[in-house]
Structures are given as structure tokens and as C-alpha cells.
Design a protein around this ligand. Structure first.
Ligand SMILES: Cc1cc2nc3c(=O)[nH]c(=O)nc-3n(C[C@H](O)[C@H](O)[C@H](O)COP(=O)(O)OP(=O)(O)OC[C@H]3O[C@@H](n4cnc5c(N)ncnc54)[C@H](O)[C@@H]3O)c2cc1C
Length: 232
């Protein structure tokens, strides 16, 4: 589906992450984990880039995508956009999706790679699904954790959701996991990890490193779904 949408809300998530919302047009159906292309005029040319839908298919009024602001041209145009302005949309696309098909899932993400995972968590929580979810999210510092408060609230609402944050640059006060997502975190924090279906999203380097850890743990490719965020 191709259409133009008016930006209805802009939400600052962290110092360099913003969510953008627009009204969900009639007939626009998508699955948690899918992405859309956002088309903007940049230096006189129409430029189109993929962004995962961070809202859940259960949210009928709006669609949300969430962008890491990089200071580059496309990012600057998006960052200066105002409520009421138009953007071009095309989609949805993507195969790293979740409906209810797997009883036990593990979501591994680095930084902005959380966008498909938040959609899946919102979807399962909104639908009161019994599927067991462990989200392991890696960030530099506590201030960089995207959707932190919402994830805390969701854990209170959804007994089947467990959220683990790990920080690569923690302060002395940080009481959680530290370092990148590693074999130890996967084995210790993800219940019955050998029988989980894994979803991985982040930079291509992060995704490749997670896949090799899972292979070392004898998790077969059939249990691994990936989305590479090229461009970082
Ligand atoms: C399926 C998919 C889903 C995605 N979902 C999301 C999402 O939900 N959220 C999100 O934030 N991103 C997402 N991305 C990434 C997104 O599409 C962009 O690639 C990303 O946001 C970077 O775009 P940009 O315009 O900010 O930076 P770009 O200008 O594209 O810069 C990307 C890289 O190119 C280099 N570069 C570009 N211009 C210069 C320059 N002038 N000087 C030096 N180096 C330069 C830099 O190394 C930079 O890191 C997704 C990507 C894919 C493939």
C-alpha cells in the first residue's frame, strides 16, 4: 500500500531517538515486526528509507515508527518535521514477524533494534497472549534505554514477559547485567533457551555476533529469525 500520511504526534524517547506517529489508514494491516518505507524530500530529491513499525497491530488509531537521529541529511529532515506535515509511506514489508505461532520466544536486540521487539511486546500484552517472551536489550548507558518505562509497566501487566537490560557502559549504581549480550546471559536469563524461537535485530555486526553465539549453543537456524538494520 502507498499513501501520504499527516504526522499527528512526535515523541522524544531518548536524547537521540524519536517516535513519529500518523493516523492508521483504513485497510492498512500489518504484523508485529514488519517495516515501512518513509519517503521524504531531502535536498530536492525524494529519498525513501525503511523503518520498522514500533506500534502494535492492536493499535487501531495510529502507526508509529521510531528513528535513531544520526545528524545525516535524511535524519535531519525527519527531525525537523512538524505535526501536521506530510510524509510518504509504503508497506508493510518484512518476514521477521510474530503473531501467536511460537509458544516461547526470545528477543535479542541492540539499541534501536528494539523497534520490532516493542511491537511484539505491545501486541502480546494487548492481546493477553500466554506466549512466554524474554526480551534482552543491550544499550550503552541507562539513559539510552528506549521504551524503559513502558517495558516496566508492560512487565507488571504481562506475567509472561521478562525484560533484561544489559549496559556496555554502566555506572557503578547500575544493578543489572553489563556488557554485550553473551552466552552467559542467554543461558542464565532465558528459560528453556534451547526450545525458544529467537528474534534478533540490530546492526549487521550485532546480528552476526548473536547468530554465532546461538550456533555455539547448538540452536539451529530454523529457530533463528533476524532483521539487519543496515545504515548504522
Ligand atoms: C528493514 C530495516 C528496518 C529498519 N528499521 C529502523 C528503525 O526502526 N529505526 C531506525 O532508526 N532505523 C531503522 N533502519 C535503518 C534506517 O533505514 C536507516 O538506514 C538509518 O536510520 C540511517 O539513516 P540516516 O539517514 O539517519 O543515516 P545515513 O545518511 O543513511 O547514514 C548511514 C551511514 O552512512 C554513512 N554516511 C552517510 N552519510 C555520510 C556522510 N555525509 N559522511 C559520513 N558518513 C556518512 C555513515 O556511516 C552512517 O552511519 C532500518 C533498516 C532496515 C534495513
Amino acid at each position: 500500500m502507498k499513501f501520504e500520511a499527516t504526522i499527528t504526534d512526535i515523541i522524544t524517547r531518548t536524547s537521540d531517538i524519536k517516535s513519529f506517529r500518523f493516523n492508521r489508514p483504513p485497510g492498512f494491516e500489518y504484523k508485529a515486526g514488519q517495516y515501512i518505507f518513509i519517503k521524504l524530500k531531502v535536498n530536492g530529491n525524494m529519498v525513501s528509507k525503511p523503518f520498522t513499525i514500533s506500534s502494535s497491530p492492536t493499535e487501531k488509531d495510529h502507526i508509529e515508527f521510531t528513528k535513531k537521529l544520526t545528524g545525516h541529511d535524511f535524519s535531519n529532515v525527519l527531525n525537523s518535521i512538524k505535526i501536521g506535515e506530510l510524509v510518504g509511506i509504503e508497506g508493510p514489508y518484512g518476514k521477521m514477524t510474530f503473531e501467536v505461532e511460537h509458544e516461547r520466544i526470545a528477543l535479542l536486540c541492540g539499541g534501536i533494534g528494539i523497534t520490532p521487539m516493542i511491537s511484539i511486546c505491545r501486541y502480546c500484552t494487548d492481546k493477553h497472549l500466554n506466549n512466554k517472551i524474554t526480551l534482552v536489550s543491550s544499550n550503552k548507558t541507562e539513559k539510552d534505554i528506549i521504551f524503559k518505562d513502558e517495558l516496566e509497566l508492560m512487565q507488571q501487566q504481562n506475567d509472561h514477559l521478562k525484560v533484561i537490560h544489559t549496559l556496555t557502559q554502566p555506572t557503578d549504581e547500575w544493578g543489572g547485567c553489563s556488557g554485550r549480550i553473551c552466552e552467559e546471559i542467554i543461558v542464565n536469563e532465558i528459560f528453556d533457551h534451547k526450545n525458544c524461537i529467537f528474534y534478533i535485530c540490530g546492526s549487521p555486526l550485532m546480528v552476526a555476533s548473536m547468530v554465532s553465539i546461538l550456533h555455539a549453543l547448538m540452536i539451529p537456524d530454523q529457530q533463528i529469525n533476524i532483521e539487519n538494520f543496515t545504515g548504522y
